[in-house]
Design a protein around this ligand. Structure first.
Ligand code: AMP
Length: 216
């Protein structure tokens, strides 16, 4: 199956898809994670994208498209859940040309939730594990449960940048939903609580995919 998980920053795309991945046997591919990894390793790609990431701006379409095309080839163009891509109509058109998507999972959350969640998010500097002080706190403050690495706040999770990211989502990314509507099933998952249980949300998404016979 070839799924897209779509929603504003802080809607839980990464958290839910990393759990869905194990449940339905698809590979979780997150462009944001790939870029952060490249920045951390100081690669050529990392140097190209760092400025955009720090400011919460979108990386240019041509560059993102090539990175995704190469990554999808590794999956044999099947059995994946794409998180954080496509984020513009141009990217959606590119993707649509190279592969047929089976469904779009849309996470519907309010701006208040986004702000509350993103400002409470902390990431492990070593392994990239994501924690949230609100609903998924580490056992020891500032320390990763998985590898004891130091937790940090993403530059783009700071209040001034969050607002710009929400604007970018509304102006550049929301049109992607309209692009896919009518072409592929859109499975909407509504969340109105910043600290909603991760397990319940994942169950609800999988339940809806089953109901529509998108997974068995
Ligand atoms: P994310 O972890 O999905 O919030 O992505 C973090 C940052 O990576 C974004 O704010 C962008 O700078 C960049 N990024 C990730 N995916 C894309 C994409 N599909 N198009 C453009 N920029 C992206």
């Amino acid at each position: 199956m070839r799924f897209l998980i779509f929603g504003p920053p802080g809607s839980g795309k990464g958290t839910y898809s990393s759990r869905i991945e194990d449940r339905i046997n698809v590979e979780h591919i997150a462009t944001g994670d790939m870029f952060r990894e490249a920045v951390k390793k100081d690669t050529e790609l990392g140097n190209k994208v760092k400025g955009y990431l720090d400011k919460g701006e979108l990386v240019p379409d041509d560059l993102v498209n090539e990175v995704v095309r190469e990554r999808l080839k590794e999956t044999g163009m099947d059995n994946f859940i794409l998180d954080g891509y496509p984020r513009t109509v141009e990217q959606a058109e590119f993707l649509d040309d190279i592969v047929n998507i089976d469904a779009l999972i849309l996470l519907d959350v309010t701006d208040e939730i986004i702000i509350e969640r993103l400002s409470s998010r902390r990431i492990c500097r070593e392994c990239g594990e994501v924690f949230n002080k609100l609903f998924n706190p580490p056992e020891e403050e500032g320390v990763c449960d998985e590898c004891d690495g130091e937790l940090y706040q993403r530059e783009d999770d700071k209040p001034k940048v969050i607002k710009d990211r929400i604007d970018t989502y509304e102006n550049r990314s929301e049109p992607v939903i309209h692009y896919f509507e009518g072409k592929v099933p859109v499975v909407v998952n509504k969340c109105r609580k910043a600290d909603a249980s991760i397990e319940k949300m994942v169950e609800s998404i999988i339940e809806q995919l089953k109901k529509r016979e998108l997974v068995s």
